[in-house]
Design a protein around this ligand. Structure first.
Ligand code: URP
Ligand code: ZN
Ligand code: ZN
Length: 480
């Protein structure tokens, strides 16, 4: 009986801290050995010329979320996680959303029904709090955190989700009490409504005006407000999907002040611009790129790189939020043609997150291989209570591994995405570096773009508390 179920031989193992030539031995779904010339396993994979990295962890994806009467999402758990493994990911963290008036616990139960038996990769849930009643804050959240849902997201915009400042403070205070990490969507609701009304009155209704309706100042103001509320309640927060200099500098300012404010950015903020929303001639094709915050401009790409390379951002996530383009459920649906405000917000990206960062970051020598691993896997595991089970290659970790060809040149194309959406906003983008095999707990689930795994291979991950959610030692809010 061979000592190992699987040996990955002859590759270059890259973790967030080291780059070494080593074989990786796997038994019972776990990494059990790293070394040279390991004994043959039951299965042996030749990784010569390839990078052997921890499977991607995408800590910000939206799958099968309730539509609130708008178009349905293009991905359920099956198609969304299929796309994830095609892109070299082995874990995703989507959001169990509490519709207003509903119990959070029952929303989580319902969301499990969407996921059970359908996921190609491992998954945990963040919670979206849209209705922070005293029951939610006093009973449901503390017990859900104990059950492994150790992070929440709150929104400062969107009709169905926006919380007012008092509600945000209450959620922050609750998170502090239960040790959870709060993710914040920073865009100011009233400013966006004002801009939207004014633009519509001026007849400016094409998808491009989505970007005009939520400029960087709207994101900067909300980021500052969220940071101030976090300071008041003495709670760490994660500001998600940061799009450009204004918000990035708010994060840097807070971090330099010693506040525990973490940051996430995404491929759309280094690969797309607001000009993409113009379409061919201010036409509906621009709807393909509508997401929030919107993509900005090339100067913003530089600012995001500044934030990535100087450590302002800890995580690089996709914010995969897929809608169809065509059809009555698409971005082009009849209502959406009447105004940008009805175009569903969100774009797919879970299948290309890692390639875009590798190509633009590692290949162009902006970041090291180790930073790449930290930004796409290790930091997500640490930030969201999955470490040391996920996020590295070392004995004892789950054998979640991506084999990566650093020299493979590809053009991003819809047919490579394996997602439910009928387009990719990155169509035609040339990248260098591509995942050639994804291994989930020791089992090959993707090889050369072929999906080998099955829905149901993925397991629910009960997450621990994030060490990043701990307030500074000895600190207290003034009211405690
Ligand atoms: O446009 C986006 N990003 N939609 C997804 C929801 C969110 O705010 O993350
Ligand atoms: Zn958001
Ligand atoms: Zn999102």
């Amino acid at each position: 009986m061979p000592e190992f179920d699987l040996v990955i031989r002859g590759g270059t193992v890259v973790t967030a801290s080291d780059t070494v030539r080593a074989d990786v031995g796997v038994r019972d779904g776990l990494i059990v050995a790293l070394g040279t010339d390991l004994a043959p396993g039951q299965t042996n994979v030749d990784a010569g010329g390839l990078l052997v990295m921890p499977g991607g962890i995408d800590s910000h994806v939206h799958l099968a979320q309730p539509a609130f009467g708008g178009p349905a999402m293009a991905d359920d758990f099956e198609s969304g996680t299929r796309s994830a493994i095609a892109g070299g990911n082995t874990t995703v963290l989507p959001f169990a959303l509490q519709p207003r008036g509903a119990s959070l616990r029952s929303s989580v139960v319902d969301y499990h029904k969407e996921a059970d038996g359908k996921s190609y990769c491992d998954y945990g849930f963040h919670l979206i709090i849209s209705d922070p009643t005293s029951t939610v804050l006093g009973q449901e959240l503390p017990s859900l955190v104990d059950d492994g849902y150790s992070s929440f997201k709150v929104f400062m915009t969107y009709d169905d989700l926006v919380l007012n400042d008092r509600q945000i403070l209450d959620v922050f205070d609750c998170a502090r009490g239960c040790g959870a990490l709060v993710m914040v969507h920073c865009e100011g609701y009233d400013a966006i409504r004002f801009m939207t009304e004014k633009l519509e009155q001026a007849g400016k209704k094409a998808p491009y005006y989505h970007a005009v309706s939520r400029p960087e100042s709207v994101e900067r103001e909300a980021a500052h407000r969220a940071i101030s509320h976090a300071e008041l309640t003495d709670v760490p927060i994660m500001i998600v999907h940061v799009s450009g200099r204004e918000a990035m500098e708010q994060l840097r300012w807070a971090q330099q002040k010693g506040l525990k404010v973490y940051g996430e950015t995404c491929p759309q903020y280094i690969a797309l611009t607001a000009d993409d929303l113009k379409g061919l001639n201010m036409d509906e094709i621009g709807g393909k790129y509508v997401c929030s915050p919107p993509p900005r401009d090339h100067a913003s790409w530089d600012a995001i790189w500044e934030g990535i390379t100087t450590g302002v951002f800890q995580t690089f996530s996709s914010d995969h939020c897929p809608f169809y383009y065509e059809g009555t459920q698409g971005k082009l649906n009849p209502k959406a043609r009447t105004s940008f405000k009805w175009v569903p917000n969100g774009i797919p990206g879970v299948a290309i997150r890692m390639q875009v960062l590798f190509s633009e970051g590692v290949v162009k020598e902006r970041i090291s291989l180790n930073q790449f691993v930290a930004l796409t896997s290790t930091n997500h595991a640490k930030m969201y209570g999955l470490y040391p089970r996920k996020g590295s290659i070392a004995p004892g970790f789950d054998a979640d591994i991506v084999l990566w060809d650093p020299n493979r040149k590809e053009t991003i194309r819809q047919e490579l995405m394996h997602h439910g959406a009928d387009y990719t906003p990155y169509e035609g983008m040339a990248v260098t570096g591509w995942p050639v095999m994804t291994i989930l707990r020791g089992r090959k689930v993707m090889e050369e773009g072929k999906i080998l795994g099955e829905p149901g291979n993925g397991a629910f991950l009960k997450r621990g508390l994030s060490p990043f959610a701990k307030p500074a030692r000895d600190s207290q809010p003034a009211y405690a």
